[in-house]
Write a new protein. Sequence first.
Lengths: 295, 170
Amino acid sequence: MHRFLAPNLRTLIQNGNLGLELEEIRLRLARPLMVKHQEGFIFLNAIGQPCQAEQGYYVTQDDIQRTVQIITRNSWYAFEDEIRSGYLTLPGGHRVGIGGRAVLENGKLKTVKYISSLNFRMAKEIIGAADAVLPHIAALHQREVYSTLIVSPPGCGKTTLLRDITRQVANLGFQVVVVDERSEIGSCCEGIPQLDVGKQTDILDGYPKAVGISHAVRALGPEVVVTDEIGHPNDALSLAELARCGVKVFATCHGSSLAQIKAKSWAVDSLKVFEVIVILSRRLGPGTIESVLRV
Amino acid sequence: MRVGGALLIVFSCGFIGLIVAKSYSDRVQNIKALLTFVQMLETEIGYSRTSLPEAFERIARQLQGPVSVFLQTVSHRLEVEPDLAMQDAWLFGVYVLEENGLPIAVLEDLITFGDVLGVSDADDQKKHLNLLRVRLTQASETAEAEHRKNARMWQYLGFCAGTLIALLLF
């Protein structure tokens, strides 16, 4: 991920040699450089060492501009849509969140100028994350999988688990289509998934969920459709369409328990589609499987 | 011996005259090639949203001569030095055109354009490309007028001057 930073910042972080894997790098114009590792956020000084905010290295306009040039390959216009949606996906699946001043046209975001914040987030891929749950969601001797909903609060590894389920199920021989509305499952960069989602997986990258599911069913003949972050009332219609066509679905949603999900209005119809619910937490670290429920 | 020397002088001067005359037609061709490049780049940016290194490579394959070398140079620089700012890579390319005798005014227009290339959205890039197109069209008309005025003169002038020198010497 360091290679996408302005040379000055790259040298600073590499020289600092913190010995910890960085999860995030936050550049904020005229404010101290901040990184996140397993133990939390820290500020870095001019030689890349942890310090108090006041002693930190203050990010310059040139740092931001050079970094933007590198991540956009000197071609801002080629990433207009991504910039409007607030982030870019880089080779390797890393993501950069972008903040600045909005330029509006007819009340809609046209572009962003005066970039003041860049938030680099390291892609996390855990091969084998789904090993423990796979026996619950796939009956291989019958060549069958069950529609599965992964439920957890933010930051507990929902998408990581979903990605590995996708990879393993696709590699078992199922035709899988990922409707990757936010490019978080496959982290596609120029059409190529940067994270392993299996050998028999088609990705509809950036499609709105309803449009993507409809296209998948009509055009790609999936046995399984995978999508992230359901929770909109309209999602129930799309999920029902899948059930009607005999297509299984793997999805995630925010929540901490089945009871909490059931209490939400959107869930009444949506939950009917799912046969297995996986509840995750961070109790023993991200990706802790609390329970696997057959419904 | 004298006749041989005289002929050598006449043909040498004539050859120099032809080279100067050709430089006028080359200038016209190169500016026209730049106009074609502008047109193609507008398509790559406006419709395909192709990134600049890729667009330069693609367009370079379809053009010939110094403009193609110019684009290959910029594209190669960006490829081998991903940290290089577009403006710096662009300057390396402009040096190629300078060596090929493009007018100073055209080089200055290109350098100005390089400062804004790739740093804004497609609509804005199109405006800059349009401005460059207008400037290049003006330069093309000027170069054609100079070509019409001077090329034939240099073709004759070289041989005439060579003949005059030969007569004076021998």
